[in-house]
Ligand binder design. Structure first.
Ligand SMILES: NC(=O)c1ccc[n+]([C@@H]2O[C@H](COP(=O)([O-])OP(=O)(O)OC[C@H]3O[C@@H](n4cnc5c(N)ncnc54)[C@H](O)[C@@H]3O)[C@@H](O)[C@H]2O)c1
Length: 373
């Protein structure tokens, strides 16, 4: 029996999407009695329910981590302060609380998520809540709940209310059997961390909801992100943030990865701009729904050499953390992001020297940097 006929018998009548011929057959129902998670019959790939002249109404989950506040600042400049709601389960510091709307949202509370999306007429959702790689290995049950169950709540809420959904993935979505130098968009993905497994799951579930229910799912695989005014949340690439702080404060740094460990990295401004750009890209320009993005790739030794140009007394020593090293050894060394560059014009601004100068300047090294130059 032809596969489509078999499917029709299993799932009922098939509503073909005009643009891609994919089906929007049937809602993602978890429990009919309590919460029928209906996808509207007209679910569309151009799901934004605001007109061209309106701004999107944005919700950011997990917004108090390394990336969320910066993303909120960028989006508020573009769409207006009150159109961007930051949320988390932690108490926000004063400057965040006073800079725009903030609400409590636990992504494990599905009903609360729906209320927030409905009451605030959310049209775009940036799903940043997660437990990162090293933290996830230290608490697998919690990582599984937040990164997988939480994602299911987000997918269903976004589908049900035709919300355009961004979920970040990571270099950690690859593993030791993936090609590592460079790593293309489509290849073997067998990560060995709960973080990586949950991110592959997110990529696949998001794409599945896109093709089956018309969810406007967009995903970028971020490299390690380097930022000055926000602290990293327990990832394997955290050393590349801490090094600048320690260089300036103590003139030395103890690195928990081996000197030759090469990983892809990116300055936060590039990361957040890429995120906005892929969300604004016309749906027709996206040949895929999950893209690698890349900027620079370096080892601790190379980063230390660059820091030394500005802080001549700087010393780096190594005290390798076996868990983080094993994770890093299974991750890409270089990311192939040619599809992002081709499809929606992705281009990074920050190379290694610029990134180092920017970070050291932030930590108050203006005088030293000027002297060195
Ligand atoms: N920072 C990076 O280098 C990097 C690299 C690749 C991908 N990413 C991805 O980008 C996203 C943001 O990363 P980040 O570095 O800001 O993470 P982070 O760890 O700094 O912040 C995550 C936030 O999620 C919140 N959170 C935890 N449990 C929650 C729950 N049940 N409900 C709601 N919020 C909850 C935490 O309170 C925290 O503020 C994550 O999905 C991460 O996987 C980050």
């Amino acid at each position: 029996m032809p596969v489509v006929r078999m499917l029709r018998q299993v799932v009922g009548p098939l509503a073909q999407h005009p643009a891609c011929g994919c089906g929007t057959y049937g809602p993602p129902v978890r429990s009919l009695a309590i919460s029928p998670r209906q996808v509207p019959a007209d679910a569309s790939f151009h799901s934004s329910s605001f007109s061209d002249t309106d701004h999107p109404r944005v919700l950011i989950t997990g917004g108090l981590g390394q990336l969320g506040v910066g993303l909120a600042n960028l989006l508020r400049k573009r769409f207006g302060k009150d159109n961007v709601i930051l949320s988390d389960i932690r108490k926000p510091p004063d400057h965040v609380f006073h800079s725009g709307p903030f609400i409590y949202s636990d992504i494990l509370d599905y009903k609360n998520l729906r209320e927030i999306v409905v009451n605030n007429r959310i049209t775009w959702l940036f799903h940043y809540s997660a437990l990162l790689s090293a933290v996830g290995e230290a608490n697998v049950p919690l990582a599984r709940a937040v990164n997988i169950t939480g994602l299911h709540n987000i997918l269903d809420t976004a589908s049900e209310h035709s919300v355009r959904l961004f979920v970040p993935s990571t270099i950690g979505a690859f593993g030791p059997t993936s090609p590592r130098n460079p790593t293309p968009d489509l290849c073997i993905q067998r990560p060995r961390t709960i973080y990586g497994v949950s991110k592959v799951h997110a990529e696949l579930m998001g794409e599945y909801y896109h093709y089956r229910y018309g969810l406007d799912f967009r995903c970028l695989r971020y490299p390690g992100i380097i930022s000055a005014d926000s602290q990293p949340g327990g990832g394997t690439t955290d050393y590349a943030v801490q090094i600048f702080h320690d260089a300036m404060k103590h003139g030395k740094f103890e690195c928990n990865l081996e000197a030759s460990t090469r990983l892809p990295m990116m300055y936060i401004d590039d990361c957040l701009r890429a995120t906005l750009e892929v969300m604004e890209a016309p749906a027709e320009s996206l040949s895929m729904r999950t893209y690698n993005i890349s900027a620079v790739s370096f080892t601790p030794e190379e980063l230390a050499q660059e820091v030394l140009k500005h802080v001549p007394e700087f010393q780096i020593t190594y005290n390798v953390d076996a868990v983080r090293q094993a994770i890093a050894d299974s991750w890409p060394m270089n990311f192939d992001d040619s599809n992002a560059r081709k499809d929606w014009g992705w281009k990074h601004d920050f190379d290694l020297p610029e990134l180092v100068t920017t970070m050291l300047n932030f930590y108050g090294s203006d005088a030293r940097v000027a002297q060195a130059n």
